[in-house]
Design a protein around this ligand. Structure first.
Ligand SMILES: [Zn+2]
Length: 457
């Protein structure tokens, strides 16, 4: 009995911190139609909010827990936030109302099916359907995501009870649960996760609770892929004293843009999604990842650390992508070689030599940190920090920042505070800041530093 009570309290403790979503989702692979009838509950402490829903979804209604219609705004001349339109509840005067602890919403959307033709882009926030599978991540906001305006945070992790009908589908998956066969499946999770829906005509296989979805490799190769991933995870866990032990779901989806020989991937913890990645070619004859795959998986698994926790404020692309890419160099240095890592760093420096960038301290809008900034320059800035203060201190500073990021937005000031808390003097940080973060020549200083380091090897 005591044990039952203890488990119950544990359950309550876990539930009380996260929002819950339940209901029915129907997705038709032949028409591209999505229909959702969902209740979001356990919403607390959210004063200033928006309800975000993919701009392709048409709302039938919002209702309260008594089944009464709730007035809402955002349907006319509304504001967008990324992939979504922003909605909020209003009274009969049109004035904003606070969010109730639960609400029901029904909506329908239809999305194009890429069969013989392609789009010019594809990205994680796109609801992507090809003739075989449908991919919808939390970033696409195919389900209502809450936005905490005051803290600039998305609330997209929910515990869930969801029944999915995948019309013309053979298999269905929702993140955090094992994939299931058939056209209808019920999914349940008492752990809050970002909802990633993947349905269609695909097979899946399991290796000790980890899954490969729509990946055609033999069991032997599947096992080796997870062994390699496990090695990287263990390395990160030892570095940052933080484990991620949930089962992994690796999802392969055919991109809806032409990709040639390239590929891309994303992390929706604990799932990893990939497009156009040839899983038969990941490993060497020795059964370990090929060099560049260490970087790829090193980056994706680093998002377990630099993930949705850092997605607020003007610098969020820097922390999210530069943070992950910077950590992928740890993986290269550990599993491939120091010289391969330094070769890549030099390539990065060359790649941006003709571009211009706004110094990090002068960023006003998140989008000023463009693709080259986030993936190429940003990791080099962090590398300069490491060269200046050493790996050990850098890791301690990053650990402090990751703690901070659980509740607060990361910026230059939090970085400075974390540096000082970990034994870097104010003066030392100021010198670093001046040279690599705020100077108009910051990019040139970064490149020069990379080249000097490469020479000294
Ligand atoms: Zn990334």
């Amino acid at each position: 009995m005591r044990l039952i009570l203890f488990i119950f309290i544990l359950f309550l403790a876990e539930r009380s911190f996260s929002q819950h979503i339940e209901g029915n989702v129907t997705v038709d692979l032949e028409t591209g139609v999505f229909q959702c009838d969902l209740v979001v509950s356990d919403i607390y402490g959210l004063d200033d909010y928006k309800i975000l829903l993919n701009h392709g979804m048409n709302i039938k209604y919002f209702k309260d827990s008594a089944g009464e219609l709730i007035r809402y705004d955002g349907f006319y001349d509304g504001e967008t936030r990324g992939e979504a339109l922003e909605y909020y509840f209003v009274d009969d005067q049109g004035l904003p109302l606070s969010i109730p602890s639960s609400f029901k919403v029904e909506y329908t959307g239809a999305f194009p099916i890429y069969d013989s033709s392609y789009n010019w882009f594809d990205f994680k926030g796109y609801i992507a359907i090809n003739s075989q599978t449908v991919r919808a991540t939390e970033q696409a906001k195919w389900y209502p995501v809450l936005y905490d305006v005051k803290n600039d945070r998305l609330i997209d992790r929910y515990t869930y009870e969801i029944t999915v009908q995948g019309k013309n589908c053979r298999s269905i998956f929702i993140n955090g649960s094992s994939p299931q066969p058939g056209e209808i499946a019920h999914f349940s999770s008492s752990k809050a996760v970002p909802l990633f829906l993947f349905a269609g005509n695909y097979d899946y296989q399991s290796v000790n609770g980890d899954y490969l979805l729509n990946v055609e490799v033999g069991n032997e190769v599947a096992k080796k892929i997870f062994d390699n991933i496990d090695d990287i995870k263990k390395f990160y866990a030892a570095t940052f004293d933080r484990q991620f032990e949930d089962n992994i779901y690796i999802v392969s989806h055919r991109a809806v843009k032409a990709m040639g020989n390239s590929n891309w991937g994303f992390n929706v913890y604990p799932a990893l999604g990939f497009a156009n990645l040839n899983f038969k070619e990941l490993l060497t004859d020795k059964g370990v990842f090929k060099d560049h795959q260490y970087r790829f998986f090193g980056h994706e698994l680093a998002h377990n650390y630099f993930g949705s926790n850092v997605m607020s404020g003007e610098l969020y692309w820097f922390w999210l992508e530069s943070g992950a890419e910077y950590l992928s160099f740890y993986v290269l240095e550990k599993f491939v070689s120091q010289s391969y890592s330094s070769e890549k760093l030099s390539e990065y420096a060359n790649h941006i030599s003709n571009n211009t960038f706004v110094p990090l301290t002068k960023i006003k809008k998140a989008d000023e940190i463009n693709s080259d900034y986030r993936y190429v320059l940003g990791p080099l800035i962090l590398k300069c920090f490491e060269w200046q203060f050493g790996r050990e201190k850098t890791v301690s500073v990053l650990k402090s920042l990751l703690d901070t990021s659980q509740q607060n937005t990361l910026d230059i000031n939090t970085w400075k505070e974390a540096a000082i808390a970990n034994g870097i003097s104010k003066k030392e940080f100021s010198l670093f800041e001046k040279k690599f973060l705020s100077s108009n020549n910051f990019k040139e200083n970064v490149i020069e530093q990379v080249r000097e380091k490469a020479k000294s090897k």
